[in-house]
Design a binder for this molecule. Structure first.
Ligand code: FMN
Length: 145
């Protein structure tokens, strides 16, 4: 597959709704077929655990959910993928990342790069700066402890 893309890096993005064994199989396949990396995760079709009134959720219709409802599963999938692929294989973390603590957690779970989509939309152009400053504060706090 990567051969067909020439020098353009080709990565596969995983749905969080797949069972763990299928996620591990996809991760293995990505390595075996020579892809450049994996992105975990895409949006979820699950509506479990939402605090919004179910009638409002239903009225919104089908489609992928992003942001906070995705956070725990995206982290879980990241840990699963990281445990499946070689250490040098690129893994990009995305899904429910809102705070510097979230970014720290993804990095600690083995992400090579962390992406934000929904939080950027809601928090605006200074969000990335807040995250970077928050990460510095977390690092300084850890160094003092
Ligand atoms: C409106 C919208 C459009 C999206 N379009 C794409 C897309 O074209 N390709 C893609 O790989 N992911 C797409 N995504 C998924 C995001 O890149 C991201 O994986 C997902 O939203 C989880 O991250 P978040 O919780 O930070 O939003 C889209 C998400 C949203 C909300």
């Amino acid at each position: 597959m990567q051969d067909a893309a020439g020098r353009t890096p080709l990565l596969v993005k995983i749905a969080p709704d797949l069972p763990d064994d299928e996620i591990a199989a996809i991760a293995q396949m990505a390595v075996e077929t020579g892809l450049s990396g994996i992105i975990v995760t895409n949006t979820t079709i699950s509506r479990d655990g939402l605090i919004t009134d179910p009638t409002v959720v239903e009225a919104a219709g089908e489609g992928g959910l992003s942001g906070a409802p995705l956070k725990a599963r995206a982290l879980e999938v990241l840990r699963l993928v990281r445990a499946t692929v070689p250490a040098a294989f690129t893994v990009i973390a995305v899904g429910g990342v809102e705070t510097a603590q979230d970014v720290r957690e993804r990095l600690d779970a083995g992400a090579d790069l962390v992406q934000g989509y929904t939080a950027f939309l809601y928090r605006g152009p200074f969000w990335a700066r807040q995250i970077n400053r928050g990460l510095l504060a977390l690092t300084a706090g850890a160094a003092r402890a």
